[in-house]
Design a protein around this ligand. Sequence first.
Ligand SMILES: O=C(O)CCC(=O)C(=O)O
Ligand SMILES: [Fe+2]
Length: 371
Amino acid sequence: MAEAAREAGSLPVANVQALADTCNNGADEQVPERYLAKEPGAEEVVAAGDSTCAIPVIDLDRLVDPRSSSSECAKLVSACHDWGFFQLINHGVPEQVIGNLKSDVIEFSKQPLEDKEECAQQPGGVEGYGQAFVVSEDQKLDWADMLYILVQPTESRDLRFWPTRPPSFRNSVDVYSSEAREVGYRLLEFMAKGVGAEPASLRGVFQGQALGMRVNYYPPCRQAADRVLGLSPHSDADGLTLLLQINDNVHGLQVKKDGKWFAVEAMDGAFIVNVGDALEIMSNGKFTSVEHRAVIHPTKERTSVALFFFPSSDMVVGPLPEFMKGDQVQYRSTSFHDFVKQYFAEKLDGRKHLDRLRQLWIWSQGAEGYQ
Ligand SMILES: O=C(O)CCC(=O)C(=O)O
Ligand SMILES: [Fe+2]
């Protein structure tokens, strides 16, 4: 992934935090048209709080405990299939490790723009501070700034893009990413086990591969919170994503299910975990990569930290034999490098790309006389 991600540069656009300061404080400042991406009320949103509509909660302690493991594994598998999302509690990453990351990330965003720009993205690259995935001049823009860095393994790090202020930032990210990586690996084992596959089959695909971290900073938008989007609808291209919401009680993530957006109320201290495109393919559709987006609060800022687990960029991503066990293949295999290129070309519409891979598989079978 490292190379593919590094090739997919983003066009430079204004810093949103600075723009938001102007728009939120100046009575006459209008939010530029390019950020008005959403028709209020055009799509149904199911509010958080109704527990029947909430994404499932999975307990890592229960996955590990032999007395509850199989029932929790079954719950995990249905969460990954039906929602593609769940919240993970009792994940074992020490509170202090999370607390240090949170305070350093908040400190970073409070610095003057010139200081943050010391880690600015370079033309043609995606790592660093800026905006991700701006691929055309007429594309609607997200109401967010991002800092994207490769965090694991240590050799993948490009320290030019790692903040030096606050001084503890680098250490906090180092410790957090190695702890959270272990949680991701364990989940991959239980996901495999839950569908009757060898636990190591999935872990082995991701172990030692690149882990990317993105800090998403969403400033408030007083004038047009219902018309801007913090992060446009997308699916994640990776295998698994572990998301940490930094501000308690400022929610913004919405997940698509049955044509509706479900607002997610992040539980304190929990990870929000989702299946990415590569894992949907590897699992032959047993797990689903689901569209999601982030909305904006009128008066409160919000920050989230996403950790992306990538397979090797030269891996040919296709349904894993361990996940097939007599099923029909559902997706055409593709190198992960090509997959990511296509993902950027589709402006992150991973679902479109996944559906095409399914279609390509069906056509290729048809050409060989398969019905
Ligand atoms: O901020 C959020 O809640 C969503 C972030 C996200 O989807 C991403 O970084 O890919
Ligand atoms: Fe995402």
